[in-house]
Ligand binder design. Structure first.
Ligand SMILES: Nc1nc2c(ncn2[C@@H]2O[C@H](COP(=O)(O)OP(=O)(O)O)[C@@H](O)[C@H]2O)c(=O)[nH]1
Ligand SMILES: [Mg+2]
Length: 315
């Protein structure tokens, strides 16, 4: 985001090849997560490796998706090999499937026993569902004590692959753990404009930042961003909050919905999208506040005032 695009920004792609093993019981949401992370526009190569293994390649990155549980000896040795060689581990739990928590916990511990170095992202997925387990309910079954004792790098996060809630932030964490490139921007983003809609689909504002020449250059980019935003509004009409990250031309589009409002911002290709998500969430709050005071908001002013280092500046 370009979490993962950032990783490809390497001098020699082969030398920086990274693999992320994404594991969990069938139906946990692994495939859905990978597809969202890899953004809609990318073509993925997906070689068939064997039963229940998916390998997605994207530049210098390899995502190995593996359904756990009910191992045959052949599959067992195969996934042990994958997990051993993985640079990052992601375990996905269906937080609404409480009946299989114990089994998930066993598989989680087994996976950890094969790899004692890689940072671990634990995703408690499907939090949009009514019967999703709380953090405490998950922690009752999944034991992180050993990880803490061994000082492993791990992160626990509650996500929804469906709405995107918390997903991009947690992947940002993993990317930063995997990525050693000092040049990567970790703090500021370059917002080159925004799209502001009402959740029922009414367009309020589209504003391009920068000098007229830059704006002219970005017109088609924004047209595409607008089409993506409208698509997102339709797809997420049933949810109060949602967020997504897409690749649009050579930039990234972050769209977030918060009850009545939908805001999309376009940021640079290598920018940390998690920061953009954070900024937009704060903008949402400020918009709601000013609506309560009956003042008309100007999102551009808000960005300039509160995030002076996060938009494109041109002299
Ligand atoms: N409600 C909800 N459904 C999800 C979520 N993530 C995945 N699903 C659904 O769960 C099912 C299994 O997802 P899939 O990605 O195929 O699981 P996998 O077997 O782990 O790869 C699919 O029907 C998905 O649409 C989520 O966050 N919320
Ligand atoms: Mg799958």
């Amino acid at each position: 985001m370009s979490l993962f695009r950032r990783l490809k920004k390497t001098k020699s792609e082969d030398s920086e090849k990274k693999s992320v093993a994404i594991i969990g019981l069938d139906g946990a949401g692994k495939t859905t997560i990978v597809k969202r992370i890899l953004k809609s526009e990318f073509t993925l190569s997906r070689p068939t490796f064997g039963v229940n293994i998916e390998v997605y390649k994207y530049r210098a990155l390899e995502f190995i998706v593996y359904d756990l549980g009910g191992q045959t000896p052949l599959r067992e040795s195969l996934w042990e090999k994958f997990i051993k060689s993985a640079d990052g581990l992601v375990f996905v739990l269906d937080s609404a499937d409480k009946e299989r928590f114990e089994l998930a916990s066993e598989e989680f511990n087994r996976a950890l026993s094969f790899n004692d170095k890689a940072p671990i992202l634990f995703i408690s997925n499907k939090i949009d569902l009514e019967n999703a387990a709380s953090t405490d309910e998950v922690l009752d079954v999944i034991d992180f004590g050993e990880l803490i004792r061994l000082q492993r790098k791990y992160n626990f996060t509650r996500c929804s692959a469906l709405t995107g809630a918390q997903l991009f932030e947690s992947w940002d964490w993993l990317t930063l753990k995997l990525c050693k490139d000092e040049d990567l921007p970790t703090n500021n983003v370059k917002i080159c404009g925004y799209l502001f809609f009402k959740s029922e689909g009414m367009e309020i504002d589209t504003v391009l930042f920068g000098k007229p020449k830059t704006q002219a250059k970005n017109v088609t980019l924004f047209k595409k961003g607008r089409a993506e935003t409208i698509k997102f509004i339709k797809q997420m009409s049933g949810f109060d909050t949602a967020e997504t990250l897409l690749q649009v031309e050579s930039k990234q589009l972050v769209i977030t919905k918060n009850k009545m409002n939908v805001i999309g911002v376009i940021i640079g290709e290598m920018d940390p999208a998690a920061r953009a998500v954070q900024i937009v969430k704060n903008l949402h709050e400020k918009i709601v506040k000013s609506a309560n005071n009956f003042t008309r908001v100007n999102i551009k002013d808000l960005i300039e005032k509160h995030y002076p280092l996060d938009f494109i500046r041109e002299k």
